[in-house]
Each structure stands twice: as C-alpha cells, then as structure tokens.
Design a protein. Structure first.
Length: 370
C-alpha cells in the first residue's frame, strides 16, 4: 500500500500512441496534437521528407516551420532551436530523422513543455520510442544523457520511409537492439522486481527474434519479416528500457560507444555499429576478468552472427585499425570515467583492462579467420 511517505516511482513505458501507416495517413493524428508544429530534423532527412510532409500538414491546415538540428544534439543546438520555438510560437515538435534528430526533438519538447511526434527515417535506433535523449558536443562526442518525463505523444512509423534508408542503418539497429539483452541481464542484478524481470526476459526474446529473423529480413527489404525486424529494433527495444527503467541500464557496450565517439575517426560509423562492437568487448571483459566461459561462448555466437549480417567485429571493421595508442587510451579512460555505465559490471574495469579487451577482439578474430 502506498502511503504519504512512499517515494514516487514513474515509468515512461511507451508513446501515448503508435501508428504504423504512411505519412499521408498520419496527418489527422498529428493535427490532433497541435496546430503550429516546428519540424526538427537533419539536413538529409528533411531534404527527403519535407516536401511531402509540408503538403500533408498544409492539408490539415497547420502552420508549420522547419529547422535543422546542427551541428549535433548539443546544448548550443537546443538553445538555437528554443529560440525558433518561441519565434514560431510552436505548440508541438515533430522530430524527423535518425537517433540524434529524434533525441533533439524530444529534449526540445521536454524543455519547452510541449508535445512531440517522432517520425523515424531509419530503423537504426529505438530513439523514436524512448523517454531519453543523449547530449553530444558540437564535435560529436558523447557527453551525457537526459531522462525525460514521458515517451513521445505520437510515434508514426512509415515502413516505406524506413525502406528508403540504407540497409546499413537497419543492420546497425539490430546491433543496438541486441545490446538490450547483454547489458540488461548484467545490470539488473538478479532483481526480483516484476517489471525488471519482465524487461530482462523481453530482452532475451528480442535477442532470439533478431537471431532468427535478421538474415532473412535483410534479403527482402520491405517484406513481412523485414517489417518484423524493424518493429523489433524501433519499438520492442524501446519497450525494454521503458519497463526496466534505470535498473536495466546500459553497461559496457554503450559505454564503449560513448568512449569511441571522442575519436574523430569513429564518427563515420553508426551508433549501433559501435554498440555492437561494444557488446563483444563487454563479453571479452567478462571472460578475461571473471573466467566466464558462457561469455566466451556468447561472443563466438555473436561473431558468427555479425559475419552473416555485416556488423563490425573489430576496431579494423570500425575503420579504427590505424588509430594511435594515445587515441585508444583516451577512449578507454573516458569509457572508464567515474560516472560511466561500464561500472555496472559486477567487477572492476580499468583502462588497461579495457584496452586489452578492445585489442584482443581484433587478435582473436584474425586467429579465427586463419
């Protein structure tokens, strides 16, 4: 029984409404949320979507303004966009694009206390679903995340729009979604809480769906199995974070991603590609520092799966084969900083441990190929 002294516990599990339809079919749902939207997206995404979306919003008699997020989902970008919200007197935000565009739109709406609609243009992340935004420097280096009060007011998922994105984005989304199991199963700490148990088991189901269906999905873009994998990466992955909350945290896989973003050469790789590599590093750490043979077996299973669908297995695959030892140490030290999620592992990890694990993934992969 809750009493007056019971702490408040909020769960942001899902968007208020999820519609799987074309952009044109989503116009009425958008119009029910606001009348003066500010549409926020990346330069490339808006170039593709703006002509059609503008016509759809005009048909709903909405007064619309468009703005690019640039140079990143950064504090300076948000300050600039808040000025545009005020100038346009926007009563809603529509985020169009990939993870950073959607993170920007969600956080902007949160700061301005107005609704937000998310329209993903790829299946590379679950950002269109979640109540979380990541903040980066203007140079693209990860800085911190911001938990939001609620998930988006509307997620509009247009499979036709998703299909226009490079297949590489869906592969990256598969990598990002896989991390839910490998991280949540560690960070949950064998919790007995109902929602956390549910989140961890859902992460296991998500992993199995991706193992079973990803290869077939990539062979037939736009097909039924392809749509199921898109649903898994964009939506089911988001459910896990909503159910599990802070206790189903990211662990080493995302922490490695965060550290790698501080290396300029890593900016050409996608979020999910760096996260997928981070899963391998996490499992290698568990093997090295705990003698965990289950982790070793899981890593071998992933290496085979990665080879089948094209996820990176080493620093070389990330285009980082020629980075200097100084750059690698910088990334390792950032990954192991005091507030890093890597410390949700049940053992201590130092930069030296991490560097050894990051490099050994390359050495062991080369040995496996011989």
């Amino acid at each position: 029984m809750f009493t007056s002294t019971t702490s408040v516990s909020r769960l942001a599990i899902a968007p208020s409404q999820v519609i799987r339809c074309t952009l044109a079919q989503g116009g009425e749902a958008i119009a029910r949320i606001g009348k003066q939207p500010l549409v926020v997206g990346g330069v490339q995404s808006l170039a593709v979507v703006q002509p059609q979306l503008q016509l759809i919003l005009e048909q709903q008699q909405l007064s619309t303004a468009f703005a690019h997020y640039s140079p990143d989902c950064s504090e300076s970008t948000l300050a600039s966009l808040k000025a545009k919200v005020k100038q346009h007197q926007a009563d809603m935000i529509i985020g169009v694009g990939g993870g950073k565009a959607l993170d920007t739109a969600k956080l902007l709406a949160h700061q301005c206390q107005i609704p937000v609609v998310t329209i993903p243009t790829s299946a590379a992340t679950c950002a269109g679903w979640t109540a979380l935004s990541n903040i980066y420097s203007e140079q693209g280096a990860y800085l911190y995340d911001v938990p939001l009060e609620r998930c988006p007011d509307l997620l509009l998922l247009d499979y036709g729009l998703i299909e226009t994105a490079p297949q590489r984005t869906l592969v990256a989304g598969i990598g990002d979604a896989l991390a839910k199991w490998y991280e949540a199963s560690v960070s949950s700490g064998n919790s007995q809480q109902t929602f956390i148990i549910g989140a961890v088991q859902q992460a296991r189901v998500l992993r199995d769906i991706l193992f079973q269906k990803s290869h077939a999905a990539l062979q037939e873009p736009g097909g039924e199995v392809w749509r199921e994998v898109v649903d898994a990466t964009v939506m089911l992955a988001g459910v896990i974070g909503g159910l599990g909350g802070a206790q189903c945290r990211t662990v080493a896989a995302h922490a490695v991603h965060n550290g790698l973003t501080h290396i300029l050469a890593a900016h050409d790789t996608l979020h999910g590609e760096k996260v997928a590599y981070g899963i391998l590093v996490q499992l290698r750490l568990e093997e090295m520092l705990q003698g965990n043979q289950l982790a070793a077996a899981a890593r071998q299973q992933l290496l085979k799966f990665y080879a089948e669908i094209g996820l990176p297995q080493s620093l070389d695959d990330l285009g980082l084969g020629n980075i200097t030892l100084t750059e690698l140490r910088q990334a390792a030290e950032i990954t192991c900083s005091p507030n890093s999620d890597i410390h949700h592992l049940p053992f201590e990890v130092t930069p030296d441990h991490l560097m050894a694990a990051m490099v050994s993934t390359k050495i062991q992969e080369e040995a496996r190929k011989k």
